[in-house]
Write a protein that binds this ligand. Structure first.
Ligand code: NAD
Ligand code: AKB
Length: 314
C-alpha cells in the first residue's frame, strides 16, 4: 500500500487520518478528496481534489490519475443527520460505497470502509455485544452500515476486492468537529467545559455507549489495512472499542481537572432513542485476535489529553 485516495477527507476522521497517512507513506502519495473545498492543512500539505464520491466516473478518474492502490472511503452522512434526512443518508452512504467498490474492482484497489456500532439495534444483546450477532438497526444510518458491510463482503468473496472495515464507536477528538452523530455530545462537552464551565447534554445522564479516542481510531485504520490478509476471518467489519462512557461518568472525569464543571440535561428524544438502540459495551475480541487491536487510551487518559489540547491549542 503506497498510493492512497481518501474520500470525505475533511471530516472528523479524515482530518486526523490524512496527516498520519502522509507521515507514513509520503505526502505526495496521499490524495485527500472531499465534496467541499478544504483549508490549507489539506491543500498545501499534499495533493487535494474536490470529489463527490457518489459520482462513479469522477471517482474512477481520480483513482486512475493518482494511480491509487488503496481507498479509505470516509464520505458519509452520520446517524442524527441521517434521521433528519433519511433519503440523503441512503443516497450518500450507499451510492458512494457502490461507486468506490466498482472502481476498486476495475482498478485493483484495496478499500477501507468504516462501519459503526449503529449496525446494531434494540434486539441485539447489549452487554457484551458479540462480533457476530443480530443486526436489525432502527436508523437509516444503521441500515446503510449493515448493507455496506454486506456489500463489502460481497465484493471480496465475489470479485476478490481486498475490503476491510471496523465498527467504530463514538469517536472523541479535538480539531475538526463531529459531523452530526448521536455520540457528538462526548466532544461538545469538552469544548463547552473549557468555554463555559458547563454543558447541557442532549442524552440522559446514564446513557452508556462505547467510545474511542481518535489517536486509537487512526491506529486501528492503519493497523487493519496493514494486517496480514490470511489472518482475517471477519473483514467487514470488526467490533472495536476503547471505553464505555455515560454523560454523568464523563462529567465526573472532567471534574477531576475542573472541579466546578456543571452538567445538566435537555434530552433530545430522537438521539436518546438512537442511543438506547445501540450497545452498552461491544466485545472486540475478534479484532484483538485477528489483527492485534489494543487501544491505548481509557477515559482518564483521553480526558486529560482532550483538555490539554483544547485549553492550549497548538
Ligand atoms: P464527518 O461527517 O465528520 O465527515 C464526512 C465528510 O464527508 C465531510 O467532510 C463531508 O464534507 C464529506 N462528504 C459528504 N458527502 C460527500 C460526498 N458525496 N462526496 C465526498 N465527500 C462527502 O464523518 P466522520 O466522523 O469523519 O466519519 C467518517 C466515516 O466514519 C463515516 O463512514 C462514518 O459513518 C464512520 N464513523 C464515524 C464515527 C464517528 O464517531 N466519527 C463513528 C463510527 C463510524
Ligand atoms: C454517530 O453517532 O452517528 C457516529 C457513530 C457511532 O457511528 N458517531
Amino acid at each position: 500500500m503506497n498510493r492512497i485516495l481518501v474520500t470525505g477527507a475533511g471530516g472528523q476522521i479524515g482530518s486526523w487520518l490524512v496527516p498520519r497517512l502522509r507521515e507514513l507513506y509520503g505526502e505526495a502519495n496521499v490524495l485527500a478528496t472531499d465534496v467541499r473545498h478544504l483549508g490549507p492543512d489539506f491543500t498545501e500539505a499534499g495533493p487535494f481534489q474536490v470529489l463527490d464520491a457518489t459520482q462513479p466516473k469522477a471517482v474512477g478518474q481520480a483513482v486512475m490519475r493518482h494511480d491509487a492502490d488503496t481507498v479509505y472511503h470516509l464520505a458519509a452522512i452520520l446517524s442524527a443527520i441521517g434521521e433528519k434526512d433519511p433519503r440523503l443518508a441512503w443516497h450518500v452512504n450507499m451510492v458512494s460505497l457502490e461507486a468506490v467498490l466498482e472502481v476498486a474492482r476495475d482498478q485493483g484497489c484495496a478499500v477501507f470502509t468504516p462501519s459503526s456500532i449503529g449496525v446494531f439495534g434494540p434486539d441485539t444483546p447489549k452487554n457484551p455485544t458479540p462480533q457476530d450477532t443480530v443486526m436489525r438497526p432502527t436508523t437509516m444510518y444503521g441500515i446503510t452500515k449493515v448493507a455496506g458491510e454486506l456489500l463489502c463482503d460481497y465484493y471480496h468473496t465475489r470479485f476478490g476486492v481486498d475490503t476491510r472495515g471496523v465498527r467504530f464507536p463514538g469517536l472523541i477528538s479535538y480539531g475538526a468537529p463531529p459531523g452530526g452523530g448521536t455520540t457528538d455530545w462526548a466532544v461538545e462537552i469538552f469544548y463547552e467545559a473549557v468555554a463555559e464551565g458547563s454543558y447541557t447534554c442532549f442524552l440522559e445522564a446514564d446513557a452508556q455507549l462505547d467510545m474511542m479516542y481518535m489517536p486509537d481510531a487512526v491506529d486501528a485504520l492503519v493497523a487493519i489495512m496493514e494486517a496480514d490478509a490470511s489472518k482475517l476471518v471477519h473483514r467487514n467489519a470488526f467490533n472495536v472499542t476503547g471505553m464505555q462512557l455515560t454523560p454523568e461518568g464523563l462529567a465526573a472525569e472532567i471534574r477531576k481537572h475542573m472541579p466546578d464543571f456543571q452538567i445538566d440535561y435537555d434530552v433530545d428524544p430522537v438521539r436518546q432513542a438512537i442511543a438506547e438502540s445501540w450497545p452498552d459495551r461491544i466485545d472486540d475480541t475478534a479484532a484483538r485476535e485477528e489483527w492485534g487491536w489494543d487501544p491505548s487510551y481509557d477515559a482518564s487518559a483521553m480526558t486529560a489529553d482532550m483538555l490539554k489540547h483544547i485549553e492550549a491549542p497548538a
